[in-house]
Design a binder for this molecule. Structure first.
Ligand SMILES: *Cc1c(COP(=O)(O)O)cnc(C)c1O
Length: 425
């Protein structure tokens, strides 16, 4: 009985899967307001062209470049899938629970899966540096490491709250040679303005401005964009192979949602089968009430980046919420605008959503149960997905259903002990 399901490295999926051509409806086009027409050019200049093309491509499969493949292997791919037999026993559930282990990467989260190709394409297109923003720090550390591997300079704006309490994350980034700023900082106009008017602030504005103002700098993205989800489908395609190996089909797939890249990366290859009528499976997006986009928000046009075009049709609870929300340890889940394709799938009823309270007590309780039974210390963000998986498994106990529940562990929690100490001890 093998609880850790693996396959040989040379059987890694060699392409990314793009959901855009398979969506049940055409994805609404981004909008540019008349007064911001001129600004589009400066925005496009700091995006890597290959990524912009991927962002609204209708090509179903995109080959993973050889060099990216080699680095995927170097960071430990393929990642194992865990059958959580100890947890099942502890819960006394008839459900069969599987967990995809994105906690095993060098920077401790799935973000490296897109950081590597973004650094690869940026270098190929002649960029010399990258400016980016990070909240929790997982994206910042992934991008900083990928940039270092490619010899790109890297500047990271880290939201002030996280900058203050996540000193270890900061050190990880600084050791790669990245330059870090607590954001809002005083080195950009947006930052200086945000110090005076905190309500106007979002994390993406400073790196955007920095990249526009510095020749040769690009502005890589940790989530939200369709091209990021494309890169992340390496996760779901590996899970497909792993479930085939144990002759299982998922009844339900669960993941947490920040701006929406790890969940699409995990479920989109399965979504294709559902859309084609080849699989019956429910998908569950788990968010924090601090963001609440799917559960309290609207499906409408919203900026990814205030003051910068375009606007995207997405689920959002309004950008203002980001300035007024309560503190949560799962910083990775606080972005309010969600990936456009995932938003469409939620609106079409193909993905369900649920939210957990921002006091995070039940979240860290789930994390503690998982640690104790499986020996995996999950990131606070991942604990939202684990909480939902446990709750579903408990429902199966009532109904006697032997559901196959597959959940993505988006990252590890070794640098998030303050959250566990505050909430789970
Ligand atoms: C970034 C992050 C998330 C949120 O992911 P999205 O792809 O933005 O939805 C969740 N968990 C961890 C560990 C993260 O680093």
């Amino acid at each position: 009985m093998d609880n850790e399901i693996r396959f040989p490295v040379d059987e890694m999926p060699k392409q990314w899967y793009n959901i855009l051509p398979d969506l049940p409806k055409h994805l609404p086009s981004p909008k540019v307001p008349e007064e911001l027409r001129e600004k589009v050019k400066s925005v496009e200049k700091v995006f890597v062209k290959a990524n912009l093309e991927q962002d609204n491509s209708q090509e179903r499969y995109v080959r993973v470049p050889e060099e990216v493949m080699d680095l995927y292997k170097q960071v430990g791919r393929p990642m194992p899938l865990r059958r959580a037999r100890h947890l099942e026993k502890y819960l006394k559930t008839p459900a069969r629970m599987y967990f995809k282990r994105e906690d095993l990467t060098p920077t401790g989260s799935f973000k490296i899966n897109t950081a590597i190709p973004q650094a690869y394409y940026a270098t190929k297109e002649g960029f010399i540096g990258a400016a980016t923003g990070t909240g929790a720090g997982q994206w910042g550390s992934a991008m900083a490491l990928a940039a270092a591997m490619y010899g790109l300079d890297c500047v990271v704006f880290m939201t002030r709250e996280a900058y203050e309490w996540k000193k270890d994350r900061r050190a990880l980034m600084e050791m790669t040679g990245a330059k870090l700023y607590s954001s809002p900082s005083n080195i950009t106009r947006a930052g200086r303005l945000a110090v005076k008017q905190p309500h106007a602030y979002t994390m993406c504005e400073e790196p955007m401005e920095y990249a526009i103002d510095h020749e040769g700098y690009c502005f890589p993205q940790g989530s939200f964009y369709n091209f990021v989800c494309l890169h992340q489908t390496i996760i779901g395609q590996e899970v497909q192979k792993q479930l085939e190996l144990v002759d299982e089909k998922p009844d339900m797939m669960i993941g947490c949602v920040g701006s929406g890249s790890n969940l699409p990366g995990f479920i989109n290859p399965f979504m294709r089968e559902v859309i084609n009528g080849k699989l019956r499976c429910k998908f569950l997006a788990v968010e924090s009430e601090a963001s609440g986009s799917f559960t309290k928000g609207e499906y409408r046009y919203e900026y990814r980046n205030p003051n910068y075009p375009p606007l995207y049709k997405v689920y959002t609870a309004g950008l203002e919420i980001e300035a007024s929300r309560p503190f949560v340890y799962a910083e990775g889940l606080v972005g309010t605008a969600k990936n456009p394709a995932l938003s469409l799938l939620v609106n079409e009823g193909l993905v369900d959503a649920t939210a957990y309270p921002s006091d995070e007590k039940t979240i860290f309780e789930a994390g503690k149960i998982f640690w104790r039974n499986e020996g995996i210390l999950a990131a606070p963000e991942s604990c939202y997905a684990i909480r939902a998986a446990i709750d579903e498994a408990i429902k199966c106990k009532g109904s006697g259903e032997e559901k196959v529940i597959v959940t993505c562990i988006s990252g590890h929690g070794f640098l998030d002990m303050p959250g566990y100490i505050a909430k789970a001890l």
